[in-house]
Design a protein around this ligand. Structure first.
Ligand SMILES: *Cc1c(COP(=O)(O)O)cnc(C)c1O
Length: 428
């Protein structure tokens, strides 16, 4: 269904919802199929040549997944989207579609841990040089860019510090230096809180595991193509040049401004195989129907719980991007609806041991490493994600022994405040 003229809340329900002709089913069908029958050998040949669009094999496309992709593209106002099996696959497929051995990428220092390892270690071993800017400021990115740079990469809100880069300034650098700007917009909740395309991003990747799914049930990722990059500048022969995998077909000439997302599908998914299951795409579609309602509730609850923590004598410090004491407060106000997300960190008074006691005394908030779930999550980086680091490395990462990351869920926030209140009685 064409939903361009509707607002976000309407698009999140109606985009991709194409009525099923024979059955009249309102629900989107789950198509559990690995392959699709061709009408003829000639039909098959046209599909394989990409001269006709259609289903071949679920590693490349699936009708349930296509509905999810249509909905994501509609939410972002993008030319196309590709669903993959995790957020990490989205980042991997995107990077390998843009850069090869001998090229470099210029990235923000505030990266999700998995991304940090992928870009700095694994892809470096493949010969892609990852250059990390000294800060999230555009002025620190620009000197690292040269004629072999194939991507500028940042997160629209960094994890766990909630650092928000000046997206517009990064977009300007990207345009001036003619390099695509790729933004991990996991925290931007599929464009509801933040839409990087409005600020000059060319490609967005999301971990759909988080707010898109929203219920902690499924891993997934999406790659979204803004259709706003000119691939004909000679830097991307794999997109604007004869395609080895398709008898010399030029993707840019054939698919125009959707060439990048086509490239990710027809080479990326075909060769790397990180396709989502149709059942998982179905769960993503159901999750998206309530995205704005969930996120709005979570952001409001985050503010209330952060305010409660700020007043509590056993809390040393609250780092919440919605407070004007946070270094990214102004950028969050500019780029994020409500000026905040559903995440904040606190530092408790006391020790590592008393912090562990606090976490273990919580009844409602779950001790996990997860964000964007319908249940509230409290993560203790020092005993989980950052456990292997020395005290000096912990300090460099901004992680202290008593720091906790909190991701708000859908509970009544007063119950969460009560839960925190009783857990504080267990720490001195
Ligand atoms: C979780 C996360 C990822 C990785 O996504 P997975 O779905 O877990 O593979 C990437 N970036 C950010 C910002 C994340 O929070």
């Amino acid at each position: 269904m064409e939903t361009r003229n509707y607002r976000f809340e309407t698009r999140q329900i109606h985009a991709g919802l194409n009525p099923d002709e024979p059955t009249g089913s309102r629900g989107i069908a789950i198509w559990p199929t690995a392959a699709y029958r061709f009408r003829s050998c000639d039909h098959a040949a046209r599909l394989f040549d990409l001269s006709e669009a259609g289903n071949i094999y679920t590693r490349l496309q699936n009708p349930t997944t296509a509905a999810f992709e249509e909905r994501i593209a509609a939410l972002y106002g993008a030319v196309g989207a590709l669903a993959v099996s995790s957020g990490m696959s989205a980042i991997l497929v995107t990077t390998l579609s843009l850069a090869a051995a001998g090229d470099n990428i210029v990235v923000s220092p505030y990266l999700y841990g998995g991304t940090h390892n992928l870009l700095r270690t694994t892809l470096r071993r493949l010969g892609i040089d990852c250059r990390m800017a000294a800060s999230e400021q555009a002025a620190d990115f620009e000197p690292l860019i040269d004629d072999r740079t194939r991507m500028i990469y940042a997160e629209s809100m960094g994890n766990p510090t909630c650092t928000v880069p000046d997206l517009e300034a990064l977009g300007e650098v990207a345009r001036r230096r003619d390099v695509p700007l790729v933004v991990d917009n996991t925290f931007g909740a599929a464009g509801y809180l933040c839409n990087p395309f409005e600020w000059g991003a060319n490609i967005v990747v999301d971990s759909a595991t988080k707010w898109i799914n929203g219920h902690g049930t499924t891993l997934g990722g999406v790659i979204v193509d803004g259709g706003n990059y000119d691939w004909s500048n000679g830097k991307f022969p794999q997109i604007d040049g004869p395609s080895e995998g398709y008898h010399g077909l030029n993707l840019y000439e054939t698919f125009g401004n959707a060439a990048f997302v086509v490239k990710c599908r027809v080479d990326g998914l075909r060769d790397l195989g990180c396709a989502p299951s149709p059942f998982d795409s179905y769960l993503m579609l159901i999750g998206l129907e309530t995205l704005s309602l969930r996120v709005r509730h979570e952001v409001e609850s985050a503010r209330k719980l952060a305010e409660y923590c700020r007043r509590h004598p056993k809390v040393r410090n609250v780092s919440y991007v919605g407070f004007d004491t946070h270094p990214s407060h102004d950028n969050a106000r500019k780029y994020y609806r409500f000026g905040a997300s559903a995440i904040f960190t606190i530092e408790l008074e006391g020790t590592l041991e008393s912090t562990v006691r606090f976490v273990e005394s919580l009844h409602l908030a779950a001790n996990m490493t997860m964000i964007g779930d319908s249940i509230t999550v409290v993560t203790h980086p020092a005993s989980t994600t950052h456990k292997q680091l020395s005290d000096e490395d912990l300090a460099a990462a901004g992680v202290t022994p008593t720091m906790l990351r909190i991701s708000l869920g859908l509970e009544n926030v007063d119950d969460l405040i009560d839960d925190f209140e009783q857990a504080f009685t267990h720490v001195e």
